[in-house]
Design a protein around this ligand. Structure first.
Ligand code: SF4
Length: 337
């Protein structure tokens, strides 16, 4: 027996919205999905007319849907944005080389200029080479630190006002859970903020902050968007994997769990008395850091010295080594550890 669309458009429903349980036809689902992203952008005042905005594009479902919807909303509501695609090539054979082909297709389909920065050109290392040296245990630490800085560098090269990322509601709820389970309440503010400042004060925004992953997949499927869905060959991420499974179990019982966890994270993060790290510029590369020498420089120094574990965790040895080599650079003195 056909069910009428709950938006009362007169058509029959063809799907059940994962976030609300509403029975909708495809067109009303598209409209609801796009309106939610539009409302998120407007309520959080993410952009100003004339802004240049780089979309961090990996070729995956989130950034592909983000690029498609931003282009559509920019035209429908006349935001007046100049949109770019910004990609990072980590140098992962059989993964990123394939997904970058999807981004190149997005560039043609969405008529947006594309800038690709590679770890190899920025740091002299590919992730393939890093994994060969460090193994598969801490590889994502290197990759995450280098990617954050690579996006900042790309944004500075493009001269954009803001970088938007495809972080969705599930990603944020998972990160809240992980931070709570680790007792790292200080990070809740950053992980739940819809706007965070990047290096050189270039903003980072998450327009899909309240968008469920299942709805992103559904939207991409029904819109027939081209995206790359293979997981990274170096993805261990065991801890996040547990948080993800836990969240999926909760979502099955109560779909609002995802939003509830995000809201809890937002409320917990406004507690007084939590000391946030100070922002300053790395004395080596000049990019924004909470330390005298940024994490990317510490990790790079370890790789270049054949000491890949330098900088993993909170090692005093790394601080001492970096401080000593920075101080003594002009004095040609060797420091042994
Ligand atoms: Fe990089 Fe790890 Fe993500 Fe692979 S899974 S792209 S190595 S952060």
């Amino acid at each position: 027996m056909p069910v009428p669309c709950s938006a009362k458009c007169g058509k029959n429903a063809t799907l059940k919205r994962p976030k609300t349980g509403d029975a909708l036809c495809k067109e009303c689902f598209f409209w609801a999905f796009e309106m939610e992203v539009h409302n998120t952008i407007v309520n959080a005042k993410l952009f100003q007319r004339g802004n240049k905005v780089a979309i961090a594009a990996s070729g995956g479902k989130d950034s592909t849907v983000l690029a498609y919807v931003l282009k559509l909303l920019n035209e429908r509501y006349d935001y007046g944005l100049d949109l770019f695609l910004l990609s990072v090539d980590e140098g992962i054979t059989g993964y990123r080389d394939d997904s970058l082909q999807t981004v190149k297709q997005n560039k043609i389909d969405y008529e947006m200029p594309l800038k690709i920065l590679s770890y190899e050109e920025l740091y002299g290392w590919t992730m393939d080479a890093i994994v060969a040296q460090v193994g598969r245990k801490n590889n994502c630490t290197f990759c995450g630190v280098f990617r954050r800085q690579a996006l900042d560098r790309g944004a500075a090269l493009l001269g954009v006002d803001c970088v938007v990322t495809g972080h969705n509601a599930d990603d944020i709820a998972e990160t809240v859970l992980m931070n709570v389970l680790r007792g790292d309440i200080a990070r809740l503010q950053r992980c739940t903020s819809i706007i965070t400042a990047g290096a050189d004060s270039i903003m980072r925004c998450k327009p899909l902050k309240y968008t469920y992953e299942k709805e992103i997949v559904m939207y991409a499927y029904f819109k027939r968007l081209v995206y790359f869905s293979t997981e990274c060959i170096f993805a261990p991420n065991a801890y996040r994997g547990h948080a993800r499974m836990f969240l999926k179990d909760l979502e099955k019982i109560r779909p609002s769990s995802i939003m509830d966890i995000i809201h809890s994270g937002e409320r917990l993060s406004v507690r007084d008395g939590i000391k946030m790290p100070e922002r300053r510029n790395c004395t080596r590369c000049g990019f924004v850091s909470s330390q005298e020498i940024c994490k990317a420089c510490v990790l790079l120094e370890g790789l270049n010295r054949g000491l890949p574990r330098l900088g993993i965790g909170k090692s005093n040895k790394a601080k001492l080594l970096l401080a000593a080599t920075t101080e003594d650079r002009g004095k040609k003195k060797t420091v042994d550890f």
